[in-house]
Design a protein around this ligand. Structure first.
Ligand code: GRF
Length: 216
């Protein structure tokens, strides 16, 4: 069977990309990282990919007249590299129908909140300001909305009284680095299907615990 190929799109520092690379190198993620694309020429993600010997491309959105034209360039690069799954890892551009139609149910994203709470940006601060007791992260399929697609996996972290956006982000990132490789591996193994809004994972373990915060 041919190896499952992923294309990672990232705009920033790339810690999620790094985790994917590390899991792949450790044999825990049985995929090939076909290429890493960034819209940002100075993205740390590009350096991380190059250091790992992965093909990189910078496709700068500023060079295109419309979101659709930019997406056409992304689609063409991803198709040229036979990508089976598009992995958004801190990719700060809105995806249009051009991408969605080219990769139907084949684009996933990670979001640093427990969707459907707090979609959008600056969500760690929003969760703190709201007074939520828990936040976390969500891996979901990408659809036409902002962080609205079917949810694959989530992890929960407490929000502590002294938290700042930065301390909460750090706690959430640790969990992002656990659940993103997991989601990709499930998809690569062909265990993931979508039924309406629900994502079914074949043969996954049951979860029985309850979390309370604060604990007493
Ligand atoms: C993560 O918090 C991710 O959830 C969000 O953007 C951030 C990217 O971080 N979509 P990194 O570039 O992977 O370190």
């Amino acid at each position: 069977m041919s190896i499952f190929r992923i294309g990672v799109l990232a705009s920033g520092g790339g810690t999620n990309l790094q985790t994917i690379i590390d899991h792949q190198k450790a044999g825990k993620l049985t995929v090939e990282i076909a290429l890493v694309i960034s819209n940002n020429p100075t993205a740390g993600a590009l350096q991380r990919a190059q250091a790992a010997g992965i093909k990189t491309l910078c496709i700068n959105h500023r060079d295109y007249n419309s979101r659709e034209d930019f997406d056409r360039a992304l689609v063409s690069a991803l198709k040229d590299n036979d990508v089976n799954l598009v992995v958004l890892a801190g990719f700060m551009r809105i995806i249009t129908d051009v991408m969605l139609n080219a990769f139907v149910h084949r684009i996933i994203n990670i979001h640093p909140a427990l969707l459907p709470a707090f979609p959008g940006i600056n969500v760690q601060q929003q969760a703190i300001d709201y007074g939520a007791r828990f936040s976390g992260c969500t891996v979901h399929f990408v659809d036409g909305g902002v962080d609205t697609g079917p949810i694959i996996i989530q992890a929960v972290v407490p929000i502590l009284p002294q938290d700042t956006a930065s301390s909460l982000s750090e706690r959430i990132l640790e969990q992002e680095h656990r659940i993103y490789p997991q989601a990709i591996q499930w998809i690569a193994e062909g265990r993931v299907s979508i039924e309406g809004r629900k994502v079914m994972i074949a043969d996954s373990a049951d979860c029985e615990s309850t979390l309370i915060n604060p604990i007493s």
